[in-house]
Design a protein around this ligand. Structure first.
Ligand SMILES: *Cc1c(COP(=O)(O)O)cnc(C)c1O
Length: 378
Protein backbone atom coordinates (compact mmCIF):
# COMPACT_ATOMS: atom_id res chain seq x y z
CA UNK A 1 0.00 0.00 0.00
CA UNK A 2 1.34 3.46 -0.91
CA UNK A 3 0.64 5.57 2.19
CA UNK A 4 -0.78 9.09 2.12
CA UNK A 5 2.35 10.45 3.81
CA UNK A 6 5.77 9.12 4.72
CA UNK A 7 8.15 11.31 6.76
CA UNK A 8 11.40 11.89 4.86
CA UNK A 9 14.72 11.63 6.70
CA UNK A 10 17.69 13.36 5.08
CA UNK A 11 20.25 11.14 6.86
CA UNK A 12 21.90 13.90 8.89
CA UNK A 13 19.27 14.11 11.66
CA UNK A 14 20.93 11.69 14.07
CA UNK A 15 24.34 13.21 13.32
CA UNK A 16 23.21 16.66 14.42
CA UNK A 17 21.29 15.21 17.39
CA UNK A 18 24.47 13.40 18.45
CA UNK A 19 26.35 16.69 18.19
CA UNK A 20 23.70 18.52 20.22
CA UNK A 21 23.73 15.86 22.94
CA UNK A 22 27.54 15.79 23.08
CA UNK A 23 27.79 19.57 23.27
CA UNK A 24 26.20 19.35 26.72
CA UNK A 25 23.54 21.97 25.85
CA UNK A 26 20.32 20.04 25.37
CA UNK A 27 17.67 22.49 26.58
CA UNK A 28 16.27 25.13 24.26
CA UNK A 29 17.67 28.26 22.58
CA UNK A 30 21.15 26.85 21.91
CA UNK A 31 23.26 26.62 18.77
CA UNK A 32 20.81 24.66 16.60
CA UNK A 33 17.78 26.70 17.63
CA UNK A 34 19.66 29.87 16.71
CA UNK A 35 20.90 28.46 13.40
CA UNK A 36 17.35 27.49 12.40
CA UNK A 37 15.86 30.84 13.46
CA UNK A 38 18.56 32.82 11.64
CA UNK A 39 18.00 30.77 8.48
CA UNK A 40 14.26 31.45 8.49
CA UNK A 41 14.70 35.17 9.23
CA UNK A 42 17.29 35.65 6.49
CA UNK A 43 15.60 33.47 3.88
CA UNK A 44 12.03 34.63 4.30
CA UNK A 45 12.31 38.13 5.74
CA UNK A 46 10.64 37.44 9.08
CA UNK A 47 11.53 40.16 11.58
CA UNK A 48 11.92 37.52 14.29
CA UNK A 49 11.56 33.75 14.35
CA UNK A 50 11.14 31.63 17.49
CA UNK A 51 11.03 27.83 17.32
CA UNK A 52 8.18 26.25 19.30
CA UNK A 53 7.22 22.69 20.15
CA UNK A 54 4.30 22.82 17.67
CA UNK A 55 2.29 25.15 15.46
CA UNK A 56 -0.48 24.83 18.05
CA UNK A 57 1.94 26.30 20.61
CA UNK A 58 2.90 29.09 18.22
CA UNK A 59 -0.79 29.94 17.80
CA UNK A 60 -1.24 29.92 21.59
CA UNK A 61 1.73 32.28 21.92
CA UNK A 62 0.17 34.53 19.27
CA UNK A 63 -3.13 34.58 21.20
CA UNK A 64 -1.26 35.54 24.39
CA UNK A 65 0.74 38.26 22.61
CA UNK A 66 -2.46 39.63 21.09
CA UNK A 67 -3.91 39.85 24.63
CA UNK A 68 -6.99 37.90 23.59
CA UNK A 69 -9.46 37.96 26.50
CA UNK A 70 -12.97 36.75 27.32
CA UNK A 71 -15.44 38.81 25.30
CA UNK A 72 -13.11 39.23 22.31
CA UNK A 73 -14.03 37.88 18.90
CA UNK A 74 -11.58 36.29 16.48
CA UNK A 75 -12.41 35.53 12.84
CA UNK A 76 -11.24 32.06 11.76
CA UNK A 77 -12.15 29.97 8.71
CA UNK A 78 -14.38 26.98 9.49
CA UNK A 79 -12.42 24.74 7.11
CA UNK A 80 -9.23 24.38 9.15
CA UNK A 81 -7.51 22.31 11.81
CA UNK A 82 -8.79 22.53 15.41
CA UNK A 83 -5.65 24.37 16.62
CA UNK A 84 -6.46 27.49 14.58
CA UNK A 85 -9.57 27.97 16.72
CA UNK A 86 -8.61 26.42 20.06
CA UNK A 87 -5.62 28.73 20.63
CA UNK A 88 -8.08 31.64 20.87
CA UNK A 89 -10.95 29.77 22.51
CA UNK A 90 -8.72 28.79 25.47
CA UNK A 91 -7.99 32.53 26.02
CA UNK A 92 -11.77 32.98 26.38
CA UNK A 93 -12.46 34.43 22.92
CA UNK A 94 -15.51 33.71 20.82
CA UNK A 95 -14.50 32.32 17.44
CA UNK A 96 -16.55 33.70 14.55
CA UNK A 97 -16.31 31.26 11.67
CA UNK A 98 -15.90 32.45 8.10
CA UNK A 99 -16.66 30.56 4.90
CA UNK A 100 -14.20 29.45 2.19
CA UNK A 101 -14.27 30.60 -1.41
CA UNK A 102 -16.41 28.53 -3.75
CA UNK A 103 -13.39 27.52 -5.82
CA UNK A 104 -10.64 27.41 -3.16
CA UNK A 105 -10.69 26.26 0.49
CA UNK A 106 -9.09 29.49 1.80
CA UNK A 107 -11.06 32.09 3.77
CA UNK A 108 -13.21 34.22 1.43
CA UNK A 109 -11.67 37.66 2.00
CA UNK A 110 -14.76 39.39 0.58
CA UNK A 111 -16.94 37.90 3.34
CA UNK A 112 -14.79 38.96 6.31
CA UNK A 113 -15.89 42.60 6.69
CA UNK A 114 -19.51 41.61 7.41
CA UNK A 115 -18.25 39.57 10.41
CA UNK A 116 -16.31 42.41 12.06
CA UNK A 117 -17.88 43.92 15.21
CA UNK A 118 -16.64 46.27 17.95
CA UNK A 119 -15.41 43.13 19.78
CA UNK A 120 -13.27 41.76 16.93
CA UNK A 121 -9.58 41.62 17.84
CA UNK A 122 -7.97 39.48 15.14
CA UNK A 123 -8.33 37.72 11.79
CA UNK A 124 -6.61 34.35 11.36
CA UNK A 125 -6.19 33.43 7.68
CA UNK A 126 -5.08 29.84 7.04
CA UNK A 127 -3.00 29.30 3.89
CA UNK A 128 -4.57 25.96 2.99
CA UNK A 129 -2.26 23.59 1.06
CA UNK A 130 0.40 26.32 1.31
CA UNK A 131 -1.63 28.49 -1.10
CA UNK A 132 -1.77 32.15 -0.04
CA UNK A 133 -4.95 33.82 1.16
CA UNK A 134 -5.71 37.23 -0.38
CA UNK A 135 -3.43 39.08 2.03
CA UNK A 136 -3.85 42.58 0.52
CA UNK A 137 -7.58 42.50 1.25
CA UNK A 138 -7.07 41.02 4.71
CA UNK A 139 -4.34 43.50 5.71
CA UNK A 140 -6.49 46.42 4.44
CA UNK A 141 -9.38 45.30 6.65
CA UNK A 142 -7.02 44.92 9.61
CA UNK A 143 -5.75 48.45 9.06
CA UNK A 144 -9.23 49.91 8.63
CA UNK A 145 -10.59 48.30 11.83
CA UNK A 146 -7.35 48.20 13.84
CA UNK A 147 -7.22 44.41 14.03
CA UNK A 148 -4.30 41.99 14.26
CA UNK A 149 -3.64 39.44 11.53
CA UNK A 150 -2.22 36.10 12.69
CA UNK A 151 -1.37 33.85 9.74
CA UNK A 152 -1.82 30.12 10.26
CA UNK A 153 1.05 29.22 7.95
CA UNK A 154 1.30 25.64 9.26
CA UNK A 155 1.38 24.27 5.69
CA UNK A 156 3.01 27.29 4.09
CA UNK A 157 6.78 27.08 4.49
CA UNK A 158 8.60 28.37 1.39
CA UNK A 159 5.42 29.77 -0.19
CA UNK A 160 4.77 33.32 -1.40
CA UNK A 161 2.16 36.00 -1.99
CA UNK A 162 2.56 38.67 -4.65
CA UNK A 163 0.64 41.79 -3.65
CA UNK A 164 -0.84 44.61 -5.73
CA UNK A 165 2.49 46.42 -5.33
CA UNK A 166 4.14 43.61 -7.32
CA UNK A 167 6.34 42.60 -4.39
CA UNK A 168 6.62 38.87 -3.67
CA UNK A 169 6.57 38.20 0.08
CA UNK A 170 6.99 34.91 1.95
CA UNK A 171 3.87 33.68 3.72
CA UNK A 172 4.35 34.22 7.43
CA UNK A 173 6.08 37.57 6.83
CA UNK A 174 2.90 39.56 6.06
CA UNK A 175 0.64 39.33 9.12
CA UNK A 176 1.63 40.81 12.48
CA UNK A 177 2.32 37.26 13.67
CA UNK A 178 2.38 33.85 11.99
CA UNK A 179 2.59 30.20 13.02
CA UNK A 180 4.30 27.34 11.15
CA UNK A 181 4.33 23.58 11.76
CA UNK A 182 7.14 21.04 11.46
CA UNK A 183 4.88 18.10 12.29
CA UNK A 184 5.86 14.99 10.36
CA UNK A 185 3.05 15.56 7.85
CA UNK A 186 4.47 18.92 6.70
CA UNK A 187 7.17 19.72 4.09
CA UNK A 188 10.10 19.99 6.53
CA UNK A 189 9.73 18.23 9.83
CA UNK A 190 11.04 17.60 13.33
CA UNK A 191 8.48 15.02 14.46
CA UNK A 192 6.50 17.57 16.41
CA UNK A 193 7.63 21.18 16.07
CA UNK A 194 6.68 24.66 15.03
CA UNK A 195 7.67 28.31 14.80
CA UNK A 196 6.21 31.69 15.63
CA UNK A 197 7.24 34.54 13.37
CA UNK A 198 6.92 38.14 14.50
CA UNK A 199 6.78 40.91 11.91
CA UNK A 200 5.61 43.81 14.08
CA UNK A 201 8.20 45.47 16.33
CA UNK A 202 5.63 45.87 19.12
CA UNK A 203 5.73 42.13 19.79
CA UNK A 204 9.42 41.23 19.36
CA UNK A 205 10.78 41.53 22.89
CA UNK A 206 7.58 40.39 24.58
CA UNK A 207 7.45 37.28 22.37
CA UNK A 208 10.80 36.14 23.72
CA UNK A 209 9.51 36.56 27.29
CA UNK A 210 6.27 34.64 26.66
CA UNK A 211 8.41 31.93 24.99
CA UNK A 212 10.62 31.57 28.12
CA UNK A 213 7.91 31.09 30.80
CA UNK A 214 7.28 34.80 31.34
CA UNK A 215 10.91 35.54 32.22
CA UNK A 216 13.48 37.84 30.60
CA UNK A 217 15.98 34.99 30.51
CA UNK A 218 16.95 35.50 26.87
CA UNK A 219 17.85 39.15 27.53
CA UNK A 220 19.85 38.06 30.56
CA UNK A 221 21.89 35.55 28.57
CA UNK A 222 22.67 38.22 25.98
CA UNK A 223 23.91 40.43 28.84
CA UNK A 224 21.19 43.04 28.31
CA UNK A 225 19.92 42.84 31.93
CA UNK A 226 21.95 41.81 34.97
CA UNK A 227 19.39 39.46 36.51
CA UNK A 228 16.37 37.67 35.19
CA UNK A 229 12.97 37.09 36.71
CA UNK A 230 9.24 36.87 36.20
CA UNK A 231 8.11 39.84 34.12
CA UNK A 232 5.02 38.72 32.16
CA UNK A 233 2.68 35.85 31.31
CA UNK A 234 4.09 32.94 29.34
CA UNK A 235 4.74 29.24 29.21
CA UNK A 236 7.39 26.74 28.14
CA UNK A 237 7.12 27.07 24.38
CA UNK A 238 10.70 26.43 23.27
CA UNK A 239 11.79 23.05 21.97
CA UNK A 240 14.96 21.30 23.12
CA UNK A 241 18.14 21.42 21.05
CA UNK A 242 17.47 17.79 20.07
CA UNK A 243 14.41 18.89 18.09
CA UNK A 244 16.22 21.90 16.60
CA UNK A 245 19.17 19.69 15.55
CA UNK A 246 16.72 17.42 13.69
CA UNK A 247 15.13 20.43 12.00
CA UNK A 248 18.54 21.76 10.92
CA UNK A 249 19.17 18.58 8.91
CA UNK A 250 15.85 19.18 7.15
CA UNK A 251 16.59 22.85 6.50
CA UNK A 252 19.88 21.88 4.81
CA UNK A 253 17.81 19.84 2.36
CA UNK A 254 14.93 22.29 1.95
CA UNK A 255 15.61 23.05 -1.73
CA UNK A 256 15.83 19.35 -2.59
CA UNK A 257 12.63 18.54 -0.71
CA UNK A 258 10.74 21.44 -2.26
CA UNK A 259 11.83 20.59 -5.81
CA UNK A 260 10.62 17.01 -5.46
CA UNK A 261 7.31 17.92 -3.85
CA UNK A 262 6.56 20.57 -6.49
CA UNK A 263 7.53 18.10 -9.22
CA UNK A 264 5.05 15.53 -7.87
CA UNK A 265 2.36 18.21 -7.55
CA UNK A 266 2.86 19.21 -11.20
CA UNK A 267 2.85 15.57 -12.21
CA UNK A 268 -0.65 15.13 -10.74
CA UNK A 269 -1.79 18.43 -12.20
CA UNK A 270 -0.71 17.42 -15.70
CA UNK A 271 -1.90 13.82 -15.61
CA UNK A 272 -5.31 14.09 -13.96
CA UNK A 273 -7.98 15.00 -16.47
CA UNK A 274 -10.48 17.53 -15.13
CA UNK A 275 -14.10 16.72 -15.93
CA UNK A 276 -17.55 17.19 -14.37
CA UNK A 277 -16.64 14.75 -11.57
CA UNK A 278 -13.05 15.79 -10.87
CA UNK A 279 -12.01 19.40 -10.27
CA UNK A 280 -8.33 20.35 -10.07
CA UNK A 281 -7.08 22.82 -7.43
CA UNK A 282 -7.06 26.52 -8.25
CA UNK A 283 -3.90 28.56 -7.75
CA UNK A 284 -4.82 32.28 -7.59
CA UNK A 285 -2.54 34.66 -9.57
CA UNK A 286 -1.15 36.12 -6.38
CA UNK A 287 -0.14 32.73 -4.87
CA UNK A 288 2.80 30.36 -5.35
CA UNK A 289 2.76 26.58 -5.02
CA UNK A 290 4.98 25.04 -2.29
CA UNK A 291 4.11 21.42 -3.11
CA UNK A 292 2.58 20.84 0.31
CA UNK A 293 -0.49 19.00 -0.90
CA UNK A 294 -2.34 17.82 -3.98
CA UNK A 295 -6.10 17.66 -3.65
CA UNK A 296 -8.99 17.21 -6.03
CA UNK A 297 -12.65 18.08 -5.58
CA UNK A 298 -15.45 15.61 -6.22
CA UNK A 299 -19.16 16.50 -6.67
CA UNK A 300 -20.34 14.68 -3.51
CA UNK A 301 -19.28 12.60 -0.52
CA UNK A 302 -20.64 9.51 -2.35
CA UNK A 303 -18.37 10.12 -5.35
CA UNK A 304 -15.48 10.68 -2.97
CA UNK A 305 -16.15 7.41 -1.11
CA UNK A 306 -16.19 5.53 -4.41
CA UNK A 307 -12.87 7.05 -5.47
CA UNK A 308 -11.24 6.39 -2.05
CA UNK A 309 -12.33 2.73 -2.34
CA UNK A 310 -11.07 2.40 -5.94
CA UNK A 311 -7.71 3.93 -5.04
CA UNK A 312 -7.47 1.58 -2.06
CA UNK A 313 -8.17 -1.44 -4.29
CA UNK A 314 -5.18 -0.34 -6.37
CA UNK A 315 -2.96 0.10 -3.32
CA UNK A 316 -3.15 3.87 -2.84
CA UNK A 317 -4.24 5.59 0.34
CA UNK A 318 -6.06 8.87 -0.41
CA UNK A 319 -7.64 10.79 2.46
CA UNK A 320 -10.23 13.50 3.04
CA UNK A 321 -9.44 16.44 5.32
CA UNK A 322 -11.10 18.86 7.73
CA UNK A 323 -14.65 18.68 8.98
CA UNK A 324 -16.19 22.18 9.29
CA UNK A 325 -15.43 23.47 12.79
CA UNK A 326 -18.70 25.43 13.00
CA UNK A 327 -20.56 22.12 13.23
CA UNK A 328 -18.06 20.35 15.52
CA UNK A 329 -19.38 18.65 18.70
CA UNK A 330 -17.35 21.10 20.85
CA UNK A 331 -18.40 24.35 19.23
CA UNK A 332 -21.60 24.04 17.14
CA UNK A 333 -23.82 25.38 19.94
CA UNK A 334 -21.71 28.55 20.12
CA UNK A 335 -21.89 29.11 16.36
CA UNK A 336 -24.47 31.71 15.33
CA UNK A 337 -26.24 29.44 12.86
CA UNK A 338 -24.90 31.00 9.64
CA UNK A 339 -24.68 28.44 6.84
CA UNK A 340 -21.10 28.05 5.58
CA UNK A 341 -21.80 26.09 2.45
CA UNK A 342 -18.36 26.18 0.86
CA UNK A 343 -16.67 24.95 4.03
CA UNK A 344 -19.22 22.11 4.16
CA UNK A 345 -18.64 21.38 0.47
CA UNK A 346 -14.88 20.97 1.01
CA UNK A 347 -15.62 18.85 4.10
CA UNK A 348 -17.54 16.41 1.89
CA UNK A 349 -15.84 16.70 -1.48
CA UNK A 350 -12.11 17.36 -1.07
CA UNK A 351 -9.74 14.42 -1.48
CA UNK A 352 -5.96 14.50 -0.85
CA UNK A 353 -3.68 12.22 -2.88
CA UNK A 354 -0.40 10.71 -1.60
CA UNK A 355 2.43 13.28 -1.74
CA UNK A 356 5.76 12.80 0.00
CA UNK A 357 9.44 13.07 -0.92
CA UNK A 358 9.96 9.37 -1.64
CA UNK A 359 6.85 8.97 -3.80
CA UNK A 360 8.03 8.11 -7.29
CA UNK A 361 6.96 9.79 -10.52
CA UNK A 362 5.50 6.49 -11.75
CA UNK A 363 3.32 6.27 -8.63
CA UNK A 364 1.95 9.77 -9.19
CA UNK A 365 1.25 8.86 -12.83
CA UNK A 366 -0.44 5.59 -11.85
CA UNK A 367 -2.55 7.30 -9.19
CA UNK A 368 -3.56 9.90 -11.79
CA UNK A 369 -4.55 7.14 -14.23
CA UNK A 370 -6.55 5.48 -11.49
CA UNK A 371 -8.43 8.74 -10.82
CA UNK A 372 -9.06 9.18 -14.57
CA UNK A 373 -10.39 5.63 -14.88
CA UNK A 374 -12.54 5.63 -11.72
CA UNK A 375 -15.62 7.09 -13.36
CA UNK A 376 -16.82 6.40 -16.83
CA UNK A 377 -17.11 10.05 -17.82
CA UNK A 378 -18.47 10.69 -21.33
C1 LIG B 1 -0.70 20.97 10.96
C2 LIG B 1 -1.57 22.16 11.20
C3 LIG B 1 -1.69 22.75 12.47
C4 LIG B 1 -1.10 22.14 13.72
O1 LIG B 1 0.26 21.98 13.68
P1 LIG B 1 0.99 21.24 14.94
O2 LIG B 1 2.44 21.55 14.68
O3 LIG B 1 0.67 19.80 14.82
O4 LIG B 1 0.50 21.86 16.17
C5 LIG B 1 -2.42 23.90 12.60
N1 LIG B 1 -3.04 24.47 11.54
C6 LIG B 1 -2.97 23.91 10.31
C7 LIG B 1 -3.66 24.59 9.16
C8 LIG B 1 -2.24 22.73 10.10
O5 LIG B 1 -2.19 22.19 8.88
Amino acid sequence: MIPFNKPFLTGKETHYIYDAVNSGKISGNGKYTQKCQKFFEETYGFKKSLLTTSCTDALEMAAMLANIEPGDEVIVPSFTFVSTAIAFVRQGAKVVFADSYENNPNIDADKIEALITAKTKAIVPVHYAGVACDMDKIMELAHKYNLLVIEDAAQAIDSYYTGKDGIKRALGSIGHLAAFSFHETKNIISGEGGMLTINDDRFVSRAEIVWEKGTNRAEFFRGEVNKYGWVDTGSSFLPSEIIAAFLWAQIENLALIQDKRKFLHDCYYQNIIANELVKLPLLPNYASNNGHMFYIEMPSIEHRNILIAKLKENGYNAVFHYISLHSSPYYYHKHDGRVLSNSDKFTDCLLRLPLFYELEEKDAINISKCVNAAFDVK
